[in-house]
Design a protein. Structure first.
Length: 291
């Protein structure tokens, strides 16, 4: 089966998620490229600020309708879903998960602030943990506990993303950091929207990072031993984003400047090599979230 368009979208993105595919056998790599392409397409619809909200909402509904066709054995209209459909059927990916992912994208149309961590957690679950739940079906697993692992790891990765992207989100008028925690650390929305860094902001970010650290630790603890080899790509993702979180901590979360915090290519290659060696030699502990 051809996944030409999905692979082109994956290559163009140069994302950390796409990076993790290198440790997968080719058939699963193709399936993950198709999943990633779907996620990228719906996310792009939601994030196109030059398009009216009503039009973006209609666009997401069109993707919802089309992915339902793919899941129900119909004839999807979108090329990405046409490429994805054989994998959807092969791995029995459920429409309900795709629907929940699209609901997460729809939250970005309606919500630019999150009052509490609990409301933010729902967003993280929909846009990240759900992707993890879809991914582990492709990876293959034995223990139902692997689903809990995917949920925890997804939240850890998304919170790390949120910390990294505070400035970029603020430039679009969005603040994902919970307002209750802004109040706790005496940081105003205006300060964030103006990209004003302070010790108070560093303490706020450190509080959110502590939640991310907890989710990394929970993922580390809940990954079933019998599924560790199957989750090699997810574990690579955990290692990459854990290293990113540590880098944010090292710069005291000064993420409001013009240069975003990234891992450079040598750093990413080193993590890939380390992950592969750990996989090859049967390491029994995750390379992130140490106690």
């Amino acid at each position: 089966m051809t996944t030409q368009q999905s692979q082109a979208i994956t290559r163009k993105s140069a994302s950390n998620l796409a990076l993790a595919f290198v440790l997968l056998p080719q058939p699963k790599r193709d399936a993950m490229s198709a999943l990633y392409a779907f996620c990228r397409e719906v996310d792009d619809v939601a994030d196109e600020d030059s398009v009216a909200v009503a039009q973006r909402r209609a666009g997401l509904n069109a993707w919802r309708t089309d992915i339902r066709r793919a899941c129900d054995g119909g004839q999807p209209e979108f090329p990405v879903n046409q490429e994805f459909q054989p994998f959807i059927q092969q791995y029995r990916l459920r429409f309900e998960l795709f629907d929940e992912l699209i609901q997460g994208c729809e939250m970005d149309l309606d919500t630019q602030r999150y009052a509490t961590h609990e409301t933010l957690e729902l967003y993280c679950h929909r846009v990240a943990s759900v992707v993890g739940l879809l991914s582990i079906e492709i990876f293959g697993y034995q223990s139902p506990a692997c689903r809990t692992y995917a949920i925890h790891l997804g939240k850890a990765l998304q919170l790390t993303n949120i910390l990294r992207d505070v400035r970029a989100d603020a430039a679009r008028g969005r603040i994902y950091l919970p307002l209750a925690e802004l109040k706790q650390f005496h940081v105003t929305e205006t300060e964030i929207l103006r990209h004003e860094y302070s010790d108070r902001f560093a303490q706020l970010a450190a509080s959110v990072a502590a939640r991310a650290r907890n989710y990394y630790q929970l993922a580390r603890e809940t990954l079933p031993a019998e599924d560790r080899r199957a989750m090699v790509a997810a574990e690579l993702m955990g290692s990459v984003y854990w290293r990113l979180l540590r880098k944010l901590e090292a710069k005291q979360f000064n993420v409001l400047g013009p240069e975003p915090t990234r891992l450079n290519k040598p750093q990413k290659l080193a993590i890939i090599l380390r992950s592969w060696l750990r996989f090859a030699f049967g390491a029994t502990a995750s390379n992130y979230g140490p106690a």
